[in-house]
Design a protein around this ligand. Structure first.
Ligand SMILES: [Zn+2]
Length: 671
């Protein structure tokens, strides 16, 4: 494994045969970046260890992309050519192939923009007046199929979701001759990107580039049909696994981070350089370039070997670098322990510069974008939660690779649940989001709050673009999934839950499973029929809310004079099912002699009344005293004190309102 240092200072590695290089082995491009690079103590101390194996590919490799792209900074354009080798594993001949052109979402009459104008998207409210500098596009100027000639004239835009003829985010081509089952077809395309000023995860800000969703990408044959949805305000992505070999020509000053191993770097006399990247068993490739990055490198050792951490820091943000690194390594470790091995040899973290926050908080295979500011106080866990969340996507979006258009909750929701668990383990259950003397909040509470903003319009299982609005999409997909899984965890136990997440990941990584696969895994691992819960929590929109409707005592001999004592009493506690979600509840009743009892109600009827006859009077009644049912909409009506109001939580209400609003905005930004 030869290594050499490229003239631009980025250490590169060459590989003899990319196919022989299994990712699990991966040699770990332990690149130590020169120039403005900063080495953390750990990284400098370590020498890389090679552990090449000839293990089989991790995934079924359907696609092999080779892309050669040149960035033209002055025009914010990318000129590129693409060769896509597609293996027809659909089990039948295929003649028509659909492709995504995601960048065309950033046009005024696109479905994406129309939806944003209607109900907003992350970070941008309804009616957003997109300035023309935020428009972007991708144009395929040549489309050829090997053996079938130039088919550029046969490209046609299609709108499978909404028939908006102005939407050009998907095109298809019908070939003259079908591709037999099991055969491969090779597409050659020339295309040109006009990058927007940063909008929705991608674009430029000054000389910073985050280039995502930037090349023509074939749809997925799934459930016996092509799955190639338009790009919507609330949708993310879905693609097949394969290999990427990408040559990027950029200015020599640029530091480039990408979702692949850097293989070679070559300078040219015109002031540009060409970097070659390779990646395997992934379904996308993104990259970033800027002359102003400071590169921080570190590494982490897990059960599948060493992982190089490349952190591209923007000017002014360096004080967040140790926070990013601690959160990244903590998240890597806990995923490794709880869920399964991280098989790639790298993770790249991009810290967007000031003014480019819309490029932050996003995931691509082995590359994530984070977000911070120069003034970020320690008690605001923004840098931490962003990398924790985006790294988590490597497992759910990256490897399990569910369909984000149709079942976003399987990615964002499971990921948000894991984020809650990991943030709690690393930063404290009640301080994982906010940790100030005057205000604290844990991620579990933040997720629940985001769900409760608009809880009853959409089930988890709605197609992502069919949600009522952006807020419902976010609150339900992220917040409700996390909250319903936290409630499930209390039902089945933390150990079983962890076992189920591990089992789901190991069983379905690299396979595009469905929601039913996830739910069945939970039932398999617990040995329980949980259908009653999933029908309501995943497939339904019912609200879970139980309340103490009444608690009081009445002297049994109420007709006798007061003198001589009034004992015994009849005490009544009435519990009401306020919502339509049926869930068994415990009710703890305390009496004024210090005694107490716990009732177990199946919660099915609309209400139940408990009656006690004894010397003591009822003092308090409380539903779910151990606070297991975090899906319950209203905690305040769960308890009832006969004398006065002991709900001290009210005192904190103002601070919660502030904190929750702020955190909700944060959660809406992270995608
Ligand atoms: Zn996300």
């Amino acid at each position: 494994m030869a290594r050499r240092r490229a003239a631009n200072g980025q250490k590169v590695r060459t590989i003899r045969n990319s196919l022989a290089l299994a990712l699990t082995s991966a040699v770990l491009a332990g690149s130590s970046f020169a120039g403005r690079g900063v080495n953390s103590s750990q990284a400098t101390a370590k020498s890389t260890t090679a552990a090449v194996s000839l293990a089989k590919p991790l995934s079924t490799r359907v696609v092999a992309y080779q892309i050669e792209a040149t960035l033209i900074p002055r025009e914010h354009r990318i000129k590129a050519s693409e060769t896509l080798d597609y293996k027809n594993l659909t089990g039948r001949p295929q003649q028509t192939f659909p492709f995504h052109l995601y960048l065309n979402a950033f046009q005024p009459q696109s479905t994406f923009m129309t939806e944003v104008r209607l109900y907003g998207t992350r970070g941008n409210g309804p009616g957003t007046p997109w300035a023309p500098r935020h428009f972007g596009s991708i144009t395929v100027t040549k489309f050829e199929v090997e053996g079938q000639g130039d088919l550029t004239g046969k490209m046609e835009f299609i709108q499978p979701d909404d028939h908006n003829r102005e939407d050009h985010t998907v095109f298809q081509v019908t070939l003259p001759k079908p591709i037999p089952a099991g055969a491969s077809v090779v597409f050659h395309m020339d295309f040109e990107d006009v990058m927007p000023e940063v909008v929705e995860r991608t674009g430029y800000t000054r000389d910073f580039y985050m280039v995502g969703q930037w090349f023509p990408k074939v749809g997925v044959w799934w459930k016996n049909q092509w799955n190639c949805h338009q790009f919507h305000a609330t949708t993310e992505f879905f693609a097949d696994f394969g290999t990427f070999d990408v040559k990027l020509t950029v200015p020599q000053d640029d530091f480039v981070g990408a979702g692949g191993d850097l293989i070679t770097s070559q300078n040219h006399s015109d002031g540009t350089k060409t970097l070659t990247f390779h990646s395997e068993d992934v379904h996308d490739f993104s990259w970033t370039a800027s002359p102003h990055y400071t590169l921080v490198e570190d590494s982490w050792n897990g059960s599948a070997g060493r992982v190089a951490i490349h952190l591209f820091m923007s000017p002014g943000n360096m004080s967040s670098a140790p926070r990013y690194l601690r959160a990244t390594k903590g998240t890597l470790s806990l995923y490794d322990q709880w869920v399964g091995p991280y098989p790639y040899d790298r993770i790249t973290i991009v810290d967007p510069p000031h003014g480019a926050l819309d490029a932050g908080g996003m995931e691509y295979p082995t590359l994530i974008t984070a977000g911070t500011t120069w003034w970020m106080p320690k008690g605001l866990r923004v840098p931490e939660v962003v990398v924790c969340h985006e790294f988590g996507h490597q497992y759910w979006y990256g490897m399990v690779a569910t369909n984000e258009f149709e079942e976003a909750w399987l990615d964002e929701g499971i990921n948000s649940y894991m984020e809650v668990k990991i943030m709690a383990a690393l930063y404290g259950r009640d301080t994982s989001m906010l940790d100030f003397p005057f205000a604290q909040e844990g991620d579990a509470e933040a997720q629940r709050t985001s769900y409760l903003e608009i809880p009853a319009y959409d089930p988890l299982t709605r197609f992502a673009w069919q949600f009522f609005d952006d807020e419902s999409y976010g609150g339900v997909t992220y917040g409700k999934t996390a909250t319903m899984l936290l409630t499930l965890e209390k039902m089945i136990g933390e150990d079983k839950m962890r076992q189920a997440m591990h089992e789901y990941f190991m069983r379905y990584r690299f396979t595009h499973p469905t929601g039913e696969d996830f739910l069945k895994t939970l039932e398999d691992v617990t040995g329980q029929d949980l259908r009653w819960y999933f029908d309501q929590a995943a497939y339904g929109t019912n609200i879970l809310d139980y309340e103490i409707a009444d608690a009081h005592s009445d002297p049994v001999r109420w007709y006798q004079p007061v003198s001589g004592g009034r004992k015994p009493y009849r005490s009544y506690v009435t519990v009401h099912r306020e919502g339509d979600f049926v869930f068994p509840v415990d009710v703890r009743v305390k009496f004024d002699d210090g005694s107490s009892t716990v009732e177990h109600w199946d919660g099915r009827d609309r209400w139940v009344r408990y009656t006690y006859e004894q010397g003591a009077q009822v003092e308090t009644a409380e539903i779910d005293p151990d606070q297991k049912i975090v899906l319950d909409r209203n905690f305040f009506n769960n308890s009832y004190a006969v004398h006065g109001d002991d709900r001290a939580t009210h005192k904190l209400l103002n601070i919660w309102v502030f904190a929750n609003e702020w955190i909700s905005a944060l959660i809406a930004w992270i995608t």
